[in-house]
Design a protein around this ligand. Structure first.
Ligand code: MN
Length: 198
């Protein structure tokens, strides 16, 4: 069964870059709805006791789009909240920084490429820093799609590109939202933990 995790920070902690009002809808309404719908879909079935990631992967393997969309969105949003931090921005350090230097040309180049990919992504989806077969890459996925169902891909940190993530604070100006995430909210500590756990 999926559950709605509490936000790992106070709802107003990311202001002015992400408002408590945005989070009240995004976490309290959107994320909650994905959790509820995924749970309805697996209730009393063989996946009821499976892990969240198993549900996501099984739904994709079975071509169950309805379950996949809600289960993947439930998991992606849990990952998103940890990708945000009131003390975010700054820069990574240690082995993660070394890997970004090696594979992506440094932290500034990472930010430029991430912004280009995130802003250029058409429609709803997600932008991710992933490890793909041992190499760091920036990828975007459409709608609910997630690195969990791509072979060899391990997500390190993500940004939600659906308009519900930024419309109240930035209206349609996705570039400003991406800039604010890169400068003030990206949780490098979370990315480093995921990198170290690979
Ligand atoms: Mn979202």
């Amino acid at each position: 069964m999926f559950s709605l995790p509490p936000l790992p920070f106070a709802p107003e902690a990311l202001e002015p870059f992400m408002s408590a009002r945005t989070l009240s809808f995004h976490h309290g309404k959107h994320h909650a709805a994905y959790v509820d719908k995924a749970n309805v879909a697996i209730k009393d079935g063989p996946l009821q006791t499976a892990s969240d990631i198993e549900v996501v992967r099984t739904a994709r393997a079975q071509g169950n789009g309805g379950l996949f969309n809600n289960a993947a969105q439930a998991w992606n949003h849990g990952f998103l909240w940890n990708s945000l931090s009131p003390t975010g921005g700054a820069a990574p350090s240690g082995p993660l920084k070394a890997a970004i230097d090696r594979d992506l040309g440094g932290v500034e180049a990472f930010a430029e490429t991430f912004k280009t990919e995130a802003v250029g992504h058409f429609g709803s989806g997600w932008a991710w820093l992933v490890s793909s077969a041992g190499t760091l890459k920036i990828v975007t996925t459409h709608d609910a799609d997630t690195p969990l169902v791509h072979d060899g891909m391990i997500p390190l940190v993500t940004l939600d590109l659906w308009e519900h993530a930024y419309y109240l604070d930035y209206q349609n100006a996705r570039p400003g939202f991406v800039d604010a995430w890169l400068a003030h909210m990206i949780n490098w500590d979370f990315a480093a933990e995921n990198f170290a756990a690979m």
